[in-house]
Design a protein around this ligand. Structure first.
Ligand SMILES: Nc1ncnc2c1ncn2[C@@H]1O[C@H](COP(=O)(O)OP(=O)(O)OP(=O)(O)O)[C@@H](O)[C@H]1O
Ligand SMILES: Nc1ccn([C@@H]2O[C@H](COP(=O)(O)O)[C@@H](O)[C@H]2O)c(=O)n1
Length: 247
């Protein structure tokens, strides 16, 4: 399927064929609760692009391990599980889903038990390499004119050459308050602690707190949701035009 065209497709001069359109990759990283999933999906919709939630893939793997009673803290067992890990993720921002085998796990992967297990899985290098390959192939094969891919290492590892790279951030108080609003059954203190613990664990593996060279920071601490989406879309328009000045 092809999304509505909001941006002229970028042409590929790398292989010498200036007429081959390649999808524009918009890479977005940031800490937990910074708005990566919700803002990236809304920005993808506004741009007519696909949307790739890489964290959902790590979560799907963690869900599968819990479901099949494999210890997420046992790297050898986790690596062995990849052979049979059959997952699919929807990249149309209007029809997002995550499936493992025939189970729709779109909601289940957000449960605190999965969130609590995912960092252990994500620190295994073989898991990162396996998923990174999947992400690159999804980005390459998209039928949309572009794809907004969000996570922790998209600007630095998965797509360091993306024409648009953004660090989406917000201060810890703002992120905790937004997450608390969503998780009404849990105390603000518990939500805050879970968020801090996960960021601490994840940042031992990749740096998503500081913008790498060439990455534009969008700080949403004092922006509402729509203003944040607009700020991201503005960066895309500026940087895509700069990397493809003929359009
Ligand atoms: N600028 C904003 N103003 C107010 N609320 C926001 C803003 N940006 C995002 N939100 C809200 O903050 C919450 C967290 O956003 P989201 O789940 O997209 O973050 P995330 O970075 O993907 O988190 P995680 O990494 O934990 O999955 C959501 O309820 C979202 O609607
Ligand atoms: N590029 C990424 C994306 C995610 N992770 C790990 O997955 C966890 C869940 O991600 P969310 O964005 O859905 O919160 C996250 O805590 C990381 O452990 C990753 O390592 N790299």
């Amino acid at each position: 399927m092809t999304g509505p065209t909001a941006e002229p497709p970028v042409t590929n001069s790398v292989d010498g064929n200036a007429d081959v359109a390649v999808p524009v990759v918009v890479a977005i990283d940031g800490p937990a609760g910074s708005g990566k999933s919700s803002v990236s999906r809304a920005a993808a919709r506004a741009l007519g692009y696909a949307y790739l939630d890489t964290g959902a893939s790590y979560r799907a793997l963690a869900w599968n391990l819990l479901d099949t009673q494999v210890d997420p803290a046992d790297p050898d067992a986790v690596i062995a599980s990849l052979t049979d890990f059959d997952f699919a993720i929807g990249t149309d921002p209007e029809a997002y889903f995550v499936r493992v085998g025939s189970s729709d796990v779109t909601e289940a992967i957000r449960e605190p038990r999965v969130t609590g297990a995912v960092s252990a899985v994500a620190r295994i290098p073989e898991v990162r390499a396996w998923l990174t390959e999947r992400f690159r192939s999804i980005m390459r094969d998209t039928e949309f004119d572009g794809i907004v891919a969000e996570g922790r290492d998209i600007t630095t590892v998965v797509a360091p050459d993306a024409p648009v790279r953004i660090l989406l951030t917000a201060d810890e108080d703002a992120r905790m308050a937004r997450r608390s609003k969503e998780l009404t059954g849990e105390s603000a203190a518990a939500v805050g602690e879970a968020l801090r613990t996960r960021d601490r664990a994840d940042s031992r593996v990749v740096d998503f707190m500081n913008a790498a060279e060439g990455v534009t920071t969008v700080d949403s601490t004092h922006l509402d949701f729509d203003e944040t989406v607009a700020a991201v879309v503005d960066v895309v328009h500026d940087q895509a035009a700069r990397s493809n000045p003929t359009h």
